[in-house]
Design a protein around this ligand. Structure first.
Ligand SMILES: *Cc1c(COP(=O)(O)O)cnc(C)c1O
Length: 410
């Protein structure tokens, strides 16, 4: 019998966890040497009892903060009632969640899966069906335009759509039907469109590559380009969706509607769930047998997502983001003004903020951790600040104070 088998998780010592990771966990993440054991709101505690202000939120996932009572109650209740039934049958929570998402995005339909990459795979497959249905030939209209520096995930399709050396290296050949334009350069996309093009896929606000919002000219221009050429406009809202920017979806800042979008991170508030929304008539492309996943839209995952969506409404969390973000942003701008040699700029929207540095911010991020704050890095010399949507002005002010303290000590 393997000695790991009966190790009771709560009794594991700090040293043992480190040893377990060293010996048994695959090395594909650059993990901080912090073991987290408990969370509440925007705070987490490690196995030594140290408290952190958590502005990682599991990378924009725990939208309600940790252990939100409404989320906990919904998941506990559902876990005791019915967890999984497959998609061979209906369950009431999937139907209700689809209704709520359609209410937010517009007339159309939802499909449920388990992650952001998987949601983007569904969008990519939708683009293939669009090409097939408009040409009645396979392989003729298959090209999808994406943006350089985008991040769409780690599966083969979504990785191929992620035109970044560090993501693709060692895994080539990629799926060869993507072509990349420059983000926020409309003409570069116009130049790439030809008869083989089926769709355009972009993030309204690029996340992993450094938190860069699309300009209105760019996104509105892409919508127009898609309309003129009969292309699907596909938006990756995996990070910016679910209220993070102060609107339910990022696209709602731009006065356009996409043909389909993907979501995941914030949707389950910590429960793994992804989804796509597709508007009519394109939602009809998927027919029985064309796509699926065993775990998609389980009662348990949907109960978590419904708790997220309902709580966003009930507690007016988008209003919370819209009311609090401007003062927070001003305070961060002041940091840039006070420490111009270290900080370059503040980017992003709402509670999706990128603090741009002049040099690699990884050492600074380690100091933030020592000072009691957890944030994820991003490309383009960026530290992301991703508080839960429940974060109060006091929480935001605390983040500014911690960053200022570390800047002043340097
Ligand atoms: C995180 C992310 C993904 C990938 O989601 P996973 O759940 O990690 O597969 C895709 N697109 C965007 C914009 C993301 O931020």
């Amino acid at each position: 019998m393997n000695s790991q088998t009966f190790a009771p998780a709560p009794a594991v010592t700090a040293a043992a966890t480190e040893a377990h990771y060293d010996a048994y966990v695959m090395k594909n993440y650059a993990r901080a040497a912090v073991t987290l054991v408990r969370g509440e709101g925007c705070r987490v505690w490690d196995d030594r009892g140290t408290e952190y202000l958590d502005f990682t939120s599991g990378i924009a996932v725990t939208a309600l903060g940790h252990s939100h009572p409404a989320w906990v109650k919904a998941v506990q209740t559902q876990a005791a009632q019915l967890v999984h039934v497959s998609n061979l049958f209906r369950n009431p929570l999937q139907g209700e969640l689809a209704r709520k998402l359609v209410q937010q995005a517009g007339p159309g339909r939802a499909f449920f899966c388990n992650s952001g990459a998987e949601a983007n795979e569904a969008l990519i497959k939708l683009s293939r069906l669009h090409g097939y249905n408009t040409t009645h030939e396979e392989g003729k209209r298959i090209k999808v335009l994406v943006a350089k520096n985008a991040f769409h995930g780690r599966t083969f399709g979504s990785m191929s759509a992620t035109v970044q050396e560090k993501i693709q290296k060692g895994f080539r050949p990629m799926v060869e039907t993507f072509a990349a334009g420059e983000f926020n350069n409309l003409q570069s996309f116009v130049d790439l469109v030809d008869d083989s093009t089926a769709a355009i896929l972009v993030e309204p606000i690029q996340g992993e590559s450094g938190v860069t919002a699309a300009t209105p000219e760019f996104l509105v221009g892409l919508r127009k380009l898609c309309d003129e050429r009969g292309l699907l406009l596909l938006l990756d809202e995996v990070q910016c969706g679910l209220g993070r920017t102060g609107k339910f979806f990022g696209f709602q800042h731009y006065g356009i509607v996409p043909d389909a979008l993907s979501m995941a991170k914030g949707l389950g508030g910590g429960m793994p769930i992804g989804a796509i929304w597709v508007r009519e008539p394109f939602a009809e492309y998927f027919q029985p047998g064309s796509h699926g996943t065993t775990f998609g839209g389980t009662p348990l995952a949907c109960s978590a997502a419904l708790a997220v969506v309902d709580t966003i409404e009930k507690e007016d969390l988008m209003g919370n983001v819209r009311r609090n973000a401007p003062a927070w942003r001003n305070a961060l701008q002041q940091l840039v003004a006070d420490f111009p040699k270290v900080l370059k700029e503040v980017r992003g929207l709402g509670y999706m903020v990128g603090l741009g540095f002049h040099a690699d911010p990884a050492p600074f991020n380690a100091k933030l951790r020592e000072a009691g704050m957890l944030c994820p890095l991003a490309g383009n010399n960026t530290i992301r600040l991703l508080p839960p949507l429940t974060a109060t002005p006091a929480d935001l002010a605390q983040s500014v104070a911690i960053v200022r303290g570390v800047l002043a000590a340097a």
